[in-house]
Design a protein around this ligand. Structure first.
Ligand code: PMP
Length: 282
């Protein structure tokens, strides 16, 4: 594979960053994952806008213009011949002597991009996900897409060890925040419920598109916190993320959701999301 490191396109074995990189020492960096369908980028501008916001919240500038970033994405997709897959992008504050204080502003940011081929990514899921329940022990700025992913990684491993596919995380009052790497939804009757935006969850790019499409299709949407009990007595549940689109959830904390089969509304949303994603991809 060809990777991009600070302006250079290199074979992956030659990609290097400093041991003093603040991404490595402090998780002082942010990332984006953009999906590739039919060799084209899904919602590139949504991801670029969120990258800029994440960086701004951490007092970092965009390392290059939107157009330059698009060009790097396109070149990697072409060189690595990606038809279905993803482009991973990471920007850190760069390498400097280890110090909690940020280094001088001139410090060069580290910018790394690579691709992952995922053939069959958009195939219809054969079954729904079983999600475990885990306490949400992450920091308080989950709206910033930082590379500090250790807790979600631990929560996902705990879920897998208990025989589940993933975990939904919950707060002390029993309200669900989101999945380890996706936004969480329940459906009651014809109403889709998902947590409102705030510092407690990542502002999913797929979430924004799916909620817009649901409203355009005259479905009812409520953006509010929901509890574990509500989730376990819902008619349907699903998750969204760039690389999984809309995925049905059929079990929550060991309890079957509805009839235990992937839901109709989740299936419909997946279809309309994928149709638009392909049609608008860059
Ligand atoms: N929440 C979390 C915690 C995530 O890590 C992700 C994916 N990175 C999402 C939600 C989904 O966001 P998106 O739709 O932009 O992929």
């Amino acid at each position: 594979r060809t990777v991009y490191v600070n302006g250079d396109y290199l074979p992956e074995s030659e990609g290097r960053v400093s041991i003093f990189d603040r991404g490595f020492l402090f998780a002082d960096g942010v990332y984006e994952v953009t999906t590739v369908l039919d060799g084209k980028l899904v919602d590139f501008d949504g991801h670029a806008a969120r990258l800029e916001r994440s960086l701004r919240e951490l007092d970092m500038p965009m390392p290059m213009t939107r157009d330059a970033l698009l060009e790097v994405h396109h070149r990697l997709v072409a060189e690595n011949d990606i038809d279905e897959g993803l482009v991973y992008l990471q920007v850190t504050r760069g390498a400097a002597d280890r110090d909690f204080a940020y280094p001088a502003e001139e410090t060069e940011q580290t910018v790394v991009l690579f691709t992952q081929a995922k053939p069959g990514l958009a195939k219809a899921p054969e079954k729904g996900l079983s999600v475990d329940l885990q306490p949400d022990l992450r920091w308080g700025r989950r709206d910033i897409k930082t590379v500090q992913l250790l807790y979600p990684s631990m929560a996902k491993m705990a879920a897998k060890r208990a025989g589940h596919d993933d975990a939904w995380m919950h707060e002390p009052g029993g309200t669900i925040t989101e999945g380890t790497s996706n936004n969480a939804y329940i459906v009651k009757g014809n109403t889709i419920v998902t947590r409102q935006l705030g510092n407690e969850i990542l502002h999913g790019i797929t979430r924004a598109a799916v909620l817009r499409l649901a409203r355009e299709a005259q479905m009812k949407v409520e953006e509010r916190a929901f509890t574990v009990e509500e989730a376990q007595s819902a008619d349907e549940a699903f998750v969204t993320s760039a690389s999984t689109f809309v995925m049905p959830v059929t079990s929550i904390g060991g309890k079957a959701v509805g009839d235990g089969q992937p839901g109709r509304i989740a299936g419909r949303l997946r279809e309309i999301y994928l149709d638009e994603a392909r049609a608008k991809a860059l």
